[in-house]
Design a protein. Structure first.
Length: 378
């Protein structure tokens, strides 16, 4: 057909492709990965895995490698059993393998939940600012996204949230505790109030995202799943376990929810190597949680020192701290970067976020922000 000849590769962009309309103009999730001395922008655990664990991973992976000609355990039964044992020990509530599901990072857990309970013609709500991947994955699964309210101190406005749930009648409700990027924990009473409202209007699935719960001063909300089949608690091994490169997330819920997400999971979605590595890490839980205690102390030190330097700081139950306020947060971010320290500009007006690092990394960050404060006062 006339005029339908080939187009130069250099003239084609994403929006020239026949992608779904709701994805047009969007940007992929990501944080700047810059080569600077101190990188405190992605909430990673700064401590490398201990050598005994590295050796154990090598042993388990070598064992798994001998069977790589075969598919892995499709249902990851051994891994789910050990995750259930860990949750029972640390979460304040007994669970079994039938209550647990695992996937490639908590993001895939969230994706599977939205594929199962969301999708075209359905909606999800989250209370922002919060973890931006909730909204991004919702859009990626064709689920409509609703931004719910928070108070000025970044806590959830319970009555406003209940009103929003009752009005919009979402199919999925996200509650993040501790919240990212603010570090704010959510009270059990708040979760229960929103859950009751969500069940009265639809009913809806309520997902409590506890990616950072091991760093919290407060107990896990895991016991709330008892008697509440539409309540899910999601977790990750990326933070407290210092295994961001592993990509292993998991959830705890009623066994019916575990059965439901298997309707959408890809066949053999967790590789034998991933399962072997995660099992090795779970053997070293005590050592890894010891690093968590060190990071909690460093996080609290950051809060104290930032306030002493004249910054406003949001109370944090995570391994990061939100601080401000700035007239221009991006300019402040750049000035800190100019001193060799990378923090996160999440787009929350007037605020930045810093991950708790090693004592040396935190000292470098505190020197940078003290210098910034001097320049602001000059």
């Amino acid at each position: 057909m006339e005029g339908a000849g080939p187009v130069s590769t250099y003239d084609i962009g994403i929006d020239d492709l026949p992608i779904r309309d709701e994805l047009r103009g969007k940007s992929p999730y990501g944080a700047p990965q810059l080569d600077v001395p101190v990188q405190l922008n992605t909430n990673e655990n700064p401590y490398p895995l201990p050598e005994p664990l590295v050796a154990r991973i090598a042993e388990r992976v070598a064992e798994a490698a001998r069977g790589l000609n075969r598919y892995p355990d499709r249902d990851a039964v051994e891994l789910r059993t050990e995750l259930a044992r860990y949750l029972t020990r640390t979460g304040g509530h007994p669970v079994g393998a039938e209550n647990v599901w695992a996937a490639n990072g908590s993001n895939e857990v969230i994706q599977q939940l939205l594929q199962t309970f969301g999708g075209p013609g359905r909606t999800a709500i989250g209370f922002e600012p919060s973890y931006s991947m909730h909204g991004l994955i919702a859009r990626g699964t064709g689920t409509g996204w609703i931004s719910g309210p928070r108070n000025d101190d970044f806590t959830i406005d319970v009555e406003a949230a209940r009103k929003a749930i009752a009005e919009h009648r979402p199919d999925v409700v996200f509650i993040t505790s501790p919240n990212n990027p603010t570090g704010t924990a959510v009270e059990a009473e708040t979760v229960l109030a929103l859950y009751e409202t969500a069940q009265a209007t639809k009913p809806s699935l309520v997902v409590v995202d506890e990616a950072y719960v091991e760093f919290s001063h407060r107990a896990s909300l895991l016991p709330l799943i008892e008697g509440r089949p539409n309540l899910v608690v999601s977790r990750t091994m990326s933070k407290a376990f210092g295994a961001a490169g592993l990509r292993l997330g998991y959830l705890a819920a009623h066994p019916a929810v575990v059965d439901a997400v298997q309707l959408v999971r890809l066949p053999y979605h967790l590789s034998a190597v991933t399962q072997a590595t995660a099992l090795a890490a779970l053997e070293h839980t005590d050592t890894l949680l010891g690093y968590v205690e060190q990071l909690k102390k460093e996080r609290d030190r950051l809060v104290t020192e930032l306030r002493a330097a004249g910054y406003e700081v949001t109370d944090s139950d995570a391994n990061f701290v939100q601080f401000g306020r700035f007239e221009d947060s991006h300019t402040a971010w750049q000035k800190i970067l100019d001193q060799g320290v990378l923090v996160r500009d999440n787009g929350v007006p007037g605020w930045l976020r810093v991950t708790a690092g090693t004592p040396t990394e935190n000292d470098a960050f505190l020197d940078a922000v003290r210098q910034l404060k001097k320049e602001q006062r000059a």
